[in-house]
Ligand binder design. Sequence first.
Ligand code: SF4
Length: 233
Amino acid sequence: MTDPTCHECNGINYCCVGRASKILDNCPMKVSPEIEKQAKEIYKTDEFVKKCTRIASIVEAKGYIHWPRLKDTVEYAKGMGYTKLGLAFCVGMLNEVRKIAEILEKYGFEITSVCCKTGGLKKTDVGVPEEYTMISKTGYTIGWITCNPVAQALLLNNAKTDMNIIVGLCVGHDITFTQLSKAPVTTLVAKDRSAPHNPTAILFSHYGKEFFSKEFKEMKKKKMTVPNTPDIK
Ligand code: SF4
């Protein structure tokens, strides 16, 4: 195995502090020095990467722990010289996005925003099976209009925003949006309705432990192999 598995590295990583009693056999610093070298070269030669990395690190150092992510976003955008920001938001976050826009405007940015349901396209028109429209499998009303990350990206491209900010787009819709957005994209809110939009909350909670152990038991029972889930095709 030569693909990196940094998540399996123990203790304080060699790459963070420059020393370690034992490093993984597949540590990329050991097995792929040419890629590490290539990355270093990109930081030197790609003007966007150079500036973006420098500004992001300065923002991290200036506000570490004290600044909320929204303030980090403001400072990053200011550092990059951006003046016009786009908000690609989930319709369920209208109250939040209004507050976000108000704050960003007070910092002097020009704001343009696009709701995920723009266009009013039917889910069935984009290939979603009828049974996955209107009512969720967990019993909530979800409607028949599809999220439309393609139009969100095209509209913000047309508005020539300097940077776009994701506010609670669904998993997958965020990927489409990021792929089609011409301006660089950052995520302010990662939607997770089960845990007030904090996807890590589940990792150390009793609820999370129960949830996943039930899932894994069910998978074992059905002899399912990851990532094949016959439920979603
Ligand atoms: S020391 Fe190597 S394997 Fe460990 S986290 Fe750093 S790069 Fe990854």
